[in-house]
Design a protein around this ligand. Structure first.
Ligand code: GLY
Length: 382
């Protein structure tokens, strides 16, 4: 079956499943994160994944035109205002929270409140920039223990800063984003092309002090979701800046990822994990597929054979999710069954997670022909 036919058939299944999921969500006083029994479970307002649920709704709204999805996106966006009021507890994931949520809402209908939310979030992210060249990731108890911690996931929040510069015509934000991305090129790559999850800088001097395990299995290991954040994150920096060094960086980590994938094309949680327990992470499949599709498009003219091979890999990653890890029944409101929060978090092994579903939907919609990029919403009108 060609990509478009396959993607359209999956979108029909997604529409049926998501319609059910939205009805369940409307009885929840919160935003779906995972599933408990047969019900959605929220993780509180301000949890870093909150934006993926409204983003799923916008993806489905654009795919189907159904008002149900738009209304649910607005419900979630409004609930999230609580997090902006308590902004001192916010963190680097404000791009995940508001770019693909309020940024997309603003792009679609010019909603002024959504623009304010996005600009507020962008200023918070800019406020986390350390002049040693990187963006601070996580918070601590105001004891400075994580003041110099930079993580690979931040690559996916940089599009909010590029968008800030595009909107304000002020390069400060994009300069911070580029500086961060360049530090990642310089300091996160290992000789085999994989990336660390965490690099701990000395917050005063910028010297590297440690590279702990983070969500992977051991220090120096290769957490698959971290590899996929880098694959897609570098492509998004390329798409915002036109700087082809970011394509090269994405390609380097993509080659590592693909050369370490098992035959069944289901990403392990960590490429360095032992054979047992056999842990997989469906989120890494979807994120990597989205990155590979953008990579293939970007190198199509200069390297058509490599582009075709990246497209084949993206296709296989998404089809593996549909074939082996998607629950299309009403036993659960979520789609993917084998997302994993972290290697050492047993309760978070092989569960449903909203961003797993989000990247699966985004990838399927790309294969169905969607070219609007939720990570660059100001271009929607172009
Ligand atoms: N730290 C974000 C993630 O779990 O990928």
């Amino acid at each position: 079956m060609d990509d478009r036919s396959w993607a359209n058939s999956v979108l029909s299944k997604l529409d049926a499943k998501m319609t059910y999921g939205v009805q369940k969500a409307q009885t929840l006083d919160g935003i779906p994160y995972t599933v408990q029994g047969s019900e959605w479970k929220s993780n509180g307002i301000g949890w870093w994944t909150n934006g993926f649920w409204p983003a799923e709704m916008w993806q489905m709204y654009l795919a189907t035109g159904k008002e149900l999805y738009r209304a649910e996106a607005l419900r979630a966006e409004t609930l999230m205002d609580e997090a902006l009021k308590n902004f001192t507890r916010l963190h680097h994931d404000v791009g995940f929270l508001w770019l693909i949520n309020s940024g997309v809402h603003y792009a679609l209908d010019g909603n002024a409140d959504s623009l304010t939310r996005m600009l507020f979030a962008g200023n918070i992210l800019a406020g986390r920039y350390n002049p040693n060249g990187f963006i601070r990731a996580w918070n601590d108890n105001n004891d400075g223990t994580r003041a110099g911690w930079s993580i690979i996931d931040t690559m996916m929040n940089l599009p909010l800063l590029y968008t800030m510069s595009a909107y304000t015509h002020d390069p400060r934000f994009a300069l911070m984003a580029k500086s961060h991305a360049d530090h990642v090129i310089q300091n996160f790559f290992k000789p085999d092309g994989s990336v660390y999850h965490i690099v701990c800088y000395n917050a005063e001097t910028g010297a590297i002090e440690d590279t702990p395990a983070g969500q992977g299995c051991a220090p120096g290991s290769s957490w698959s979701r971290g590899q996929s954040w880098a694959m897609y994150g570098f492509m998004l920096s390329y798409l915002h800046t036109g700087d082809r060094r970011y394509i090269a960086a994405s390609r380097r980590v993509s080659d590592y990822f693909l050369s370490h994938m098992p035959e069944d094309m289901l990403a392990p949680v960590d490429f360095c994990q032992s054979a047992e327990p056999h842990l997989i992470d469906n989120c890494a499949n979807g994120i990597a597929a989205c990155g590979l599709i953008e990579l293939a498009k970007a190198i199509q003219d200069e390297a058509p054979e490599a582009a075709e091979s990246y497209m084949n890999a993206a296709r296989a990653l998404l089809r593996a999710l549909d074939e082996h890890c998607a629950d299309w029944t009403e036993k659960t409101p979520a789609v993917l069954t084998h997302c994993t929060s972290a290697y050492h978090d047993e309760a978070g092994h092989h569960i449903a997670m909203d961003y797993g579903d989000y990247f699966f939907i985004e990838g399927v919609r790309k294969l169905a022909g969607e070219t609007r990029l939720f990570w660059k919403p100001l271009d929607f009108a172009k």
